[in-house]
Design a protein around this ligand. Structure first.
Ligand code: GTP
Ligand code: SPV
Ligand code: MN
Length: 593
């Protein structure tokens, strides 16, 4: 029970409908967590991993039909369909409530209803927001305890503030035909049923901190973004913060925990992790954007994580970690593709690995771990006022066309670059992998309202007194004719970050092109990097003809939003398309004998 009557009433109403055997209010304590872990071990929801190499680490195998976010079953339920926009699946709120309420009716019979009060962001930060998730899944409770500030302190803040986002969740029957992730931004309410997986079930994460928060941020003048936050400390000891939006499974966790190349380490550079998935940014009194990470932990992609690619991540995963859908070795160690050592014996479904021909770990298998376990966790990550952002980066997975890095001319151009983002799809959501789609600001699955209004909101941040960061675009995933990545990526991405920060303070050079400013070979620090001249040229090449075609496709995309699309963005698009057309005509003329 709480001191807040509206909270008690809501919990009672949900209990009346779902009919649990008992109701448990989570306090977030160690003892409560121990009891939940014991319960899950007994029920087989968790498997204990090797206690010698991985103390207090557990494996959860989810239902094989429930291993990723389900975008086609995720709805934004605003009164007007246009407010949700073409970027979202929409359902009328009354219809959506009726549909899920029918599925929730009696769904917790014989189960425990857990009430999880949580705070997104440092508990004492004015930028943080609270919510309460109701769930019948102890796995969700254990994950929410790592991913958010959960329990007594959050409840106190909720009682003080009197408002909170309501999240109602049940694993239901885990039947994909009875699965819905419904958002009611106008009611600050989420209803999710039929999935126990990550972003579908840990409602503080994508449902609250992005879909509901983006809607609130628009009316209140801030931004809720699918971005990592990283601090780059230079040899002079100054730290500058960068926020970067990449779509799911496109490198946010890796960039947030980057370890610079040897030559940088020797010179005294350091990298600090503030967040790896979500960033809430608010214009401060000084005109700069100040950012907090609303999360308290990482729900990271396991495959590809190794001592070579992400040593910081690997170092935090050997104790107090929940693994979901990874494989295990004969010694009971967790295993996934990309780890050089260890031999998987059981795959992610618990089957004899040798008898299957699939991957050992699911491509979207994940670890849940407290941010405090990260060796590069920033001493400023929990500052109540947040950290000031010096540069914003957009990026995607583009095999072709898109250069390693370019800089937008100004804020409007940057907003266009973000809105035009394209990326090849990944295993983080169900559906085909590797299909190119527009994923504006990496928010396609996460924006709680019409993208046209969202772009207008971004544009509106540019006003007198604002000191906005410069905007860049990166692509670590360009491939050569041999089908291999041209850029080594990971730690070497530091070289690109140095150029970006150098551009932000005016100390680095670049070449102007219609799509933006590109570093010349001499503008990048390539010290100690084994990269051929031809690869570097390919990475920085801007093919005008292909870009003209890309801009045509971007134009069609922007037009699909109709009259709500801000004219300023359409004008910016037209300006660049014209520049490209001019340059193509010119080079054609030059090429004509
Ligand atoms: P979500 O948690 O789904 O939002 O993903 P994320 O954006 O945090 O992606 P993450 O850092 O977990 O990386 C996903 C995959 O991309 C992993 O398999 C990484 O190994 C791979 N990856 C990350 N950075 C790079 C890079 O610089 N180059 C290449 N080639 N691969 C990368
Ligand atoms: C993503 O898909 O972007 C994730 C994982 O970070 S989930 O929590 O499932 O959204
Ligand atoms: Mn993500």
């Amino acid at each position: 029970m709480s001191k807040l009557e509206s909270l008690n009433q809501w919990v009672e109403a949900v209990a009346r409908s779902t009919q649990p055997e008992r109701v448990h209010w989570c306090d977030g304590s160690e003892a409560e967590n121990d009891a939940l872990i014991d319960l899950m071990l007994q029920r087989g929801d968790l498997i204990e991993l090797n206690p010698r190499t991985h103390p207090d680490c557990y494996l959860h195998r989810s239902n094989p039909s429930d291993v990723a976010r389900v975008e086609h079953l995720t709805f934004i339920c605003t009164k007007s369909k246009d407010d949700a926009g073409p970027n979202n699946h929409w359902m009328d709120p009354a219809e959506a409530h009726a549909k899920v309420d029918a599925l929730f009716a009696g769904c917790m019979k014989g189960r425990t209803l857990y009430v999880i009060p949580y705070c997104m962001g440092p508990i004492d930060s004015p930028l943080s927001r609270c919510g309460v998730e109701i769930t019948d899944s102890p796995y969700v409770v254990a994950n929410m305890r790592i991913m958010t500030r959960m329990g007594a302190a959050a409840l106190e803040r909720i009682e003080r503030e009197g408002t909170f986002v309501k999240g109602q969740h049940s694993t239901g029957e885990l039947d994909p035909h009875k699965r819905f992730i419904m958002h009611f931004p106008e009611e600050l309410t989420i209803k999710s049923i039929g999935s126990g997986y990550g972003g579908n079930a840990l409602l503080g994460k994508k449902c609250h901190a992005l879909r509901i928060a983006s809607y609130q941020a628009r009316t209140e003048g801030w931004l809720a973004e699918h971005m990592l936050i990283v601090g780059i400390q230079n040899p002079k000891g100054e730290t500058h913060y960068i926020a970067a939006a990449f779509p799911s499974a496109c490198g946010k966790t890796n960039l947030a925990m980057l370890i610079p190349p040897e030559s940088y380490l020797k010179a005294g550079w350091k990298v600090w992790t503030v967040g790896d998935d979500i960033c809430w940014m608010t214009p401060g009194a000084d005109g700069r954007l100040w950012a907090i990470n609303p999360e308290a932990g990482f729900f990271g992609v396991a495959p590809g994580t190794s001592a070579k690619t992400n040593p910081n991540a690997l170092a935090m995963l050997n104790h107090d970690t929940i693994f979901t859908n990874v494989a295990v070795t004969a010694d009971g160690d967790p295993w996934w593709e990309g780890l050089p050592d260890g031999v998987p014996v059981k795959d992610w479904q618990g089957r004899d690995y040798l008898a299957t021909n699939g991957p050992a770990a699911h491509p979207n298998s994940r670890f849940t771990v407290s941010a405090k376990q990260c060796p590069s966790w920033s001493p400023h990550a929990e500052d109540p006022q947040g950290v000031p952002i010096s540069a914003i980066i957009f990026g995607g997975r583009r095999e072709h066309l898109v250069p390693l890095v370019f800089e937008a001319r100004d804020w409007t151009h940057g907003v266009l670059v973000g809105s035009a983002m394209g990326s090849e799809t990944t295993a983080a959501a169900t559906g085909a992998v590797g299909v190119l789609r527009r994923d504006s600001m990496a928010m396609k699955p996460f924006c709680g309202y019409n993208f046209a209004d969202y772009f207008a909101h971004w544009l509106s941040l540019e006003k007198s007194g604002a000191k906005l960061p410069k905007i860049f675009h990166v692509n670590w995933f360009r491939k050569g004719d041999d089908g291999k990545f041209l850029w080594p990526g990971f730690g070497d991405n530091m070289r690109v970050l140095e150029w970006i920060l150098g551009r932000s303070n005016g100390s680095e050079g670049a070449e102007e092109t219609p799509i933006g400013n590109i570093p010349r070979a001499q503008d990048l620090n390539l010290d100690g990097l084994d990269l051929t001249r031809s690869k570097l040229e390919a990475l920085l090449h801007v093919d005008l003809e292909s870009w003209a075609a890309e801009y045509e496709s971007i134009g069609e995309y922007l037009a699909s939003y109709g009259a709500r699309m801000p004219q300023k963005l359409l004008d910016e698009h037209r300006r660049i398309a014209a520049l490209l057309a001019e340059d193509v005509a010119e080079s054609d003329a030059v090429g004509t004998p």
